[in-house]
Design a protein around this ligand. Structure first.
Ligand SMILES: *Cc1c(COP(=O)(O)O)cnc(C)c1O
Length: 222
């Protein structure tokens, strides 16, 4: 199937309120343009250089989401291009985003990446690390880097029950911190979970934002 057919298959199944981030990493600008013309305006990238190269070649109303691991020394370069950063996994990173976003007066939506998988290789805050970050309360003083929700990746396994359990744990955690820190804050509303292999489960478990790459664009060539 073509990129636009793939897109429509996914979009037609999306319940109201669930947004699609089309993950275009490692795919060329032409592929992104096809998806854009088929009505997709939110794209996800995971490398600073790739996003900075693609950005000037594509329509300016694209909403770019950064989904990859972000090093603090790359924050400055990524700020001008991004609308949302899904991978905020430390206080240091959040404060760097605030620092550079304030320099150009741009608000950046930050999602706290939470470690929910059974695997070692994934990034993210543990539930307790995240509680500690929020308990610090300093994030409330930020005017540009604002916390818009949480992000998580399930284990890369076949076992549906395992995946479902991990997504459930993220939804529960979201509800907890919404209640404890953001009950009067409408910015905090996103649960970014679900990829090509598991987005249907993620939606059933309360995802508001799925990040889908290969089911739209095909396999990546690294
Ligand atoms: C690459 C990537 C995706 C998309 O993965 P697919 O399996 O191709 O849908 C989603 N989220 C993150 C964080 C990624 O790095």
């Amino acid at each position: 199937m073509s990129i636009s057919e793939n897109l429509h298959v996914i979009k037609d199944r999306l319940p109201a309120g669930v947004k699609l981030v089309a993950v275009s990493k490692f795919h060329p600008v032409e592929a992104i343009r096809i998806a854009y013309e088929a009505g997709q305006h939110i794209f996800g990238e995971s490398r600073m250089q790739e996003i900075s190269q693609k950005y000037p070649l594509l329509p300016q109303d694209i909403e770019w989401h950064f989904i990859g691991h972000l090093q603090t020394n790359k924050v400055k370069s990524i700020i001008p291009y991004t609308h949302t950063i899904h991978s905020v996994d430390s206080w240091k990173l959040l404060s760097e985003i605030e620092k550079y976003a304030s320099r150009i007066g741009k608000r950046i939506r930050c999602l706290l990446e939470i470690y929910i998988a059974q695997e070692d290789a994934k990034y993210g805050l543990s539930f307790d690390e995240c509680r500690q970050l929020l308990a610090g309360e300093q994030w409330r003083e930020f005017n540009f880097a604002y916390i818009g929700g949480v992000m998580g990746m399930a284990s890369n396994v076949e076992d549906e029950n395992q995946i479902r359990k991990e997504f459930k744990s993220l939804k529960l955690f979201f509800d907890e911190i919404k209640n404890d820190y953001f009950s009067d804050n409408n910015d905090f509303c996103e649960i970014s979970m679900g990829m090509s292999g598991d987005y249907k489960i993620a939606i059933e478990e309360g995802s508001t934002m799925i990040r889908v790459g290969s089911s739209i664009f095909g396999d990546r060539e690294y």
